[in-house]
Design a binder for this molecule. Structure first.
Ligand SMILES: Cc1cc2nc3c(=O)[nH]c(=O)nc-3n(C[C@H](O)[C@H](O)[C@H](O)COP(=O)(O)OP(=O)(O)OC[C@H]3O[C@@H](n4cnc5c(N)ncnc54)[C@H](O)[C@@H]3O)c2cc1C
Length: 396
């Protein structure tokens, strides 16, 4: 049941067919996934982390630098490239691999967008080169949805900030070398005002980590982080002090589109496995796929994957063209994430059903992805929070 599933139809984006560059990237990523990811998934799931060599290999095909400037070792591609890359990685059918290999896609943007030149050199360049692992640390034990309520403090002390507090559920948190941490720098403040981003080095004295164990995403290392008087050079502040909340919120939009693209890829992996199983497996003297009920189920799965992909690509194309006012973009992004992750939830469940008992067994893509569906409706903004956000943006 292993292997990168073939796509059901050539992918196009609503803005027109993918360009030669997009198609070339898709082929490169498909080859990378087949060669460097698929054969090792079980081993990494068992080890509960990815090997550092994978980050270097991913950098060789340009993954981490896809959308970042050439001056930093990137290739300056457009955002659709990022979407295609993550859809392809997801088609391996292992959310933990996509999550930890992809933690740079949430940890790096605040650094590249807001960091001073020396910070870019020190932290962004090695992450893009696959030499260092980045993580984004926003969620706290007291709550993740209400970002504005975060309590980790960074008190200014001469040329340093002194960080105290806790972060939890942090993807790549066990291994990360470069931590992009949301902190409260205005200690008198409450709510959104007074929040900043700092880059904290993984080996900073006073930083300790505890590994967390999860329902799925086993190949991804997830950690609880404890900051006890961690001294961080003041130059590691990203952007304007106390003004980090808006940057965090805008950053979430791209993260949500990447999650939506991954949901499409995971759903396609399940669909491909179920389709192959239905064509091979016999019951009551005929192939499963000869039953109309099974064929209808497969068509319903294709409908959901196709609709989700079309929506995600449309939101991405309009984002790239600057076609929508910001509130519209925020609302459509939130709704696209919910649509794609709901499609995945349904498709993964239907795939397990078609595989029968085999769909409940370790070793099938559908079993693993089914266990991994829930997290995509929680991380990057839970469904309830995103519906509230969309409602506010649309003036409901
Ligand atoms: C595997 C995994 C990896 C993660 N990786 C990272 C990471 O790398 N970095 C990071 O910073 N965070 C990470 N997270 C955290 C994730 O972003 C949070 O779990 C998420 O934001 C939800 O926060 P919470 O878990 O504290 O739930 P809560 O905020 O406590 O919410 C609990 C439930 O209540 C609902 N709810 C809350 N408020 C309302 C309301 N007003 N109305 C209706 N319903 C409401 C929520 O939608 C949710 O369903 C990760 C989480 C997981 C599970």
């Amino acid at each position: 049941m292993r292997g990168v599933p073939e796509g059901l139809f050539e992918r196009t984006s609503p803005s027109g067919p993918l360009t030669e560059e997009h198609l070339a990237l898709r082929d490169t990523m498909r080859d990378f996934v087949a060669r460097e990811i698929v054969p090792h998934i079980d081993e990494w799931e068992e080890a509960r982390r990815l090997p550092r060599s994978l980050y270097r290999k991913a950098a060789e095909v340009g993954l981490q630098g896809l959308i970042w400037p050439e001056e930093l070792g990137g290739s300056g591609g457009d955002f659709l490239m990022q979407i295609i890359a993550f859809e392809e990685i997801a088609r391996a059918g292992a959310g933990g691999v996509a999550a930890s290999l992809g933690s740079y896609s949430i940890g790096l943007p605040p650094i590249v967008k807001l960091g001073r030149p020396e910070i870019l050199e020190r932290y962004a360049r090695p992450v893009i080169a696959g030499e260092k692992i980045a993580a984004l640390c926003v969620t706290e034990p007291g709550g993740g949805s209400d970002v504005a309520a975060l309590r980790t403090t960074a008190r200014r002390d001469g040329a340093h900030y002194v960080v105290n507090g806790e972060k939890t559920f942090i993807t790549s948190g066990v291994q990360a070398d470069v931590l992009t941490v949301a902190v409260r720098t205005d200690l008198e403040s409450r709510g959104a005002k007074g929040i900043s981003f700092l880059v904290v080095e993984g080996d900073s004295p006073g930083l300790s980590r505890t590994e967390l164990f999860k329902m799925g995403w086993h190949a991804s290392d997830t950690a609880h982080l404890h900051f006890a008087d961690v001294r961080v050079p003041a130059e590691n502040l990203l952007g304007v002090e106390h003004e980090g909340f808006r940057a965090a919120m805008l950053n979430f939009n791209d993260e949500r589109l990447v999650i939506a693209a991954q949901a499409v890829g995971f759903a396609e992996a399940c669909l491909a496995e179920a389709r192959a199983w239905a064509a091979e497996r016999s019951a009551f003297g005929c192939r499963l796929s000869e039953n109309q009920a099974i064929r209808h189920r497969l068509v319903e799965m294709v409908m959901q994957v196709d609709a989700a992909r079309t929506l995600v690509h449309d939101v991405v194309a309009r984002r790239m063209a600057g076609a929508d006012p910001l509130p519209t973009h925020i609302a459509r992004t939130a709704m696209a994430k919910i649509t794609a992750t709901t499609a995945l939830f349904n498709v993964a469940g239907q795939a397990v059903q078609i595989l029968g008992g085999m769909g409940y067994m370790r070793g099938t893509v559908s079993e693993r992805v089914f266990r991994e569906t829930k997290v995509l409706s929680i991380g990057g903004g839970a469904d309830e929070i995103l519906k509230d956000l969309a409602a506010r943006q649309m003036g409901f």
